[in-house]
Design a binder for this molecule. Structure first.
Ligand SMILES: NC(=O)c1ccc[n+]([C@@H]2O[C@H](COP(=O)([O-])OP(=O)(O)OC[C@H]3O[C@@H](n4cnc5c(N)ncnc54)[C@H](OP(=O)(O)O)[C@@H]3O)[C@@H](O)[C@H]2O)c1
Length: 315
């Protein structure tokens, strides 16, 4: 089968499409024929020698965690899926999944059935980004109907799904993006778009119960604390919470925390149900073929993605 290999840490051209052995599912695993693989910032951070390199070790290694495809074979003990089932998921994270490939093996309980109405490309856009949003807003912050949430980078991969999840929960949503993306923000449900280039977001978004910070700098963390109501929660997503931000949060009677997304089949079922209910729809940039993984990284690293970018393995 074909797989994209990070041959060494570096620029996008270190990604090479190579022939490798097709993996075999051990008990409790399924073999998935990948139709589409989502592209996430952690993929290019890892390719650069950052990201999950500390977990995966030095190259050569494989990247990509978002999978949508068809179950080809099931290992001993698997009862939830049969060959032919159409599935999506984020297996193994932060261990190696190697989703930029024709096949992957996955623990069956880290997958869910692909929601009807979403093609493979759309389904591959969901797992890592939507589970991040879900685990942050629901599992960690306990966001409730009627509460107010600010989502930074609301037009990006995690942000545009977080906005829709927050709206589905009945929250009032503020979101930051540059002005050219504000029509998109309104379409996905943002009540108050904020042009972070023209407005100080902490002057506009006040009394927030939750801030989902997908920028994660010291500056954004400190300013985001000022947005929070007493007892509110700041979720610092990119690289955990800065110790200064944690200390300032405690002094102000607020909560700040980092988090790392985890594989979660049950969470994916909830995500799939939101899709079926018409409350969650991923937006895609133009999909690229697997051979153009390097191009997908070049585009992603520019930091302007609206929604998600995926790689297609099929013809
Ligand atoms: N801890 C975890 O488990 C976890 C999980 C997922 C993602 N992450 C991290 O979270 C971050 C976001 O991930 P992602 O997939 O959503 O990234 P992404 O899709 O690449 O984000 C792109 C978006 O960021 C926006 N943006 C850039 N600078 C901004 C700013 N200063 N204010 C507001 N928006 C800004 C851009 O909008 P404009 O063009 O308008 O600037 C663009 O729409 C990444 O660092 C990623 O590694 C962490």
């Amino acid at each position: 089968m074909r797989a994209v290999i990070v041959t060494e840490a570096g620029a996008p051209d270190v990604l090479q499409l190579q022939e490798v052995d097709t993996p075999e599912p051990i008990p409790t695993e399924v073999l998935v024929r990948v139709h589409a693989a989502g592209v996430n910032p952690v993929d290019w951070k890892t390719r650069q020698g950052k990201g999950m390199t500390a977990v995966l070790g030095d190259p050569p290694l494989r990247i990509g965690w978002d999978v949508a495809g068809v179950v080809e074979e099931v290992g001993m003990g698997v009862t939830r899926f049969r060959p032919g089932d159409e599935v999506f998921g984020m297996p193994w994270f932060p261990r190696e999944a190697g989703a930029y490939a024709d096949y992957v093996t996955c623990p069956a309980r880290q997958l869910a059935l692909r929601p009807e109405g979403l093609d493979f490309a759309a389904a591959a856009a969901l797992p890592l980004a939507s589970l991040t949003a879900w685990q942050a807003l629901v599992d960690t912050a306990g966001l409730q109907a009627g509460q107010r949430v600010l989502v930074h980078a609301a037009a990006g991969g995690v942000g545009h799904l977080a906005v829709q999840i927050a709206k589905a929960l009945g929250a009032e949503v503020y979101g930051t993006a540059s002005a050219d993306k504000h029509d998109f923000l309104r379409e996905i449900g943002v009540d108050r778009p904020i042009d972070y280039r023209a407005e100080a977001f902490e002057d506009v978004a006040t009394g927030m119960d939750v801030v989902l910070d997908l920028i994660g700098t010291w500056d954004y963390g400190m300013r985001s604390l000022r947005c929070l109501a007493d007892g509110g929660t700041l979720l610092e997503i990119p690289s955990g919470a800065d110790p200064d931000v944690l200390e300032a949060a405690e002094e102000q009677g607020k909560r700040a925390t980092g988090m790392l997304v985890e594989p979660d089949g049950a969470g994916l079922e909830r995500i799939a149900q939101l899709c079926r209910d018409g409350k969650l729809t991923p937006t895609l940039e133009e999909p690229l073929p697997l051979e153009q993984a390097a191009r997908a990284h070049e585009l992603g690293e520019q930091g302007r993605t609206q929604g998600k970018r995926v790689l297609l393995t099929g013809p």
